[in-house]
Design a protein. Sequence first.
Length: 168
Amino acid sequence: MIEDITLKGCIEFAVATEELGVKIYSKLAAKFANIKDITHIFTQLAEDEQVHRQQFVEMLKKTLAVEGISSSPEKHEYLKAMSLSEFFSHYSGPFQDVDKIQNRNDALQKALEFEKATLGFYRAVEETLGKHEPLNQIIEVEKDHVIVLMKALLVEGSKFRSLQDVWP
């Protein structure tokens, strides 16, 4: 959970979240190395999360510590609430022990929930801060992650081709 509801605090939380994503997805790619399409998805997710981490680090370098990021207590509480996902916990979240994930569907489902939680938090940051182009780009990629994971879950054994896949 985010404790410091400042722009700097939100970006630091986003950096930590992306680092968690890189770690999780890299482990899952290795764990499911015998399933080529799943390995490909988790490898790509890890690479994307690394890029996002770097984008947030660059944002952080340009950000001064600001006491508050919104004039509204409601927005402050909304942003704090959106950071309350178990998926953001390094210690007690569902990814704390990747070795306990036994099958592709469990891995994909947990990844989908993580991406949805991340997307929800970033949208809350955007709603609180206003439009910010680098953040908007990250949100668009996170939405693509949700779609890729959902497609992989719905069509077991199907070959992942690209984000441009269309529904049958």
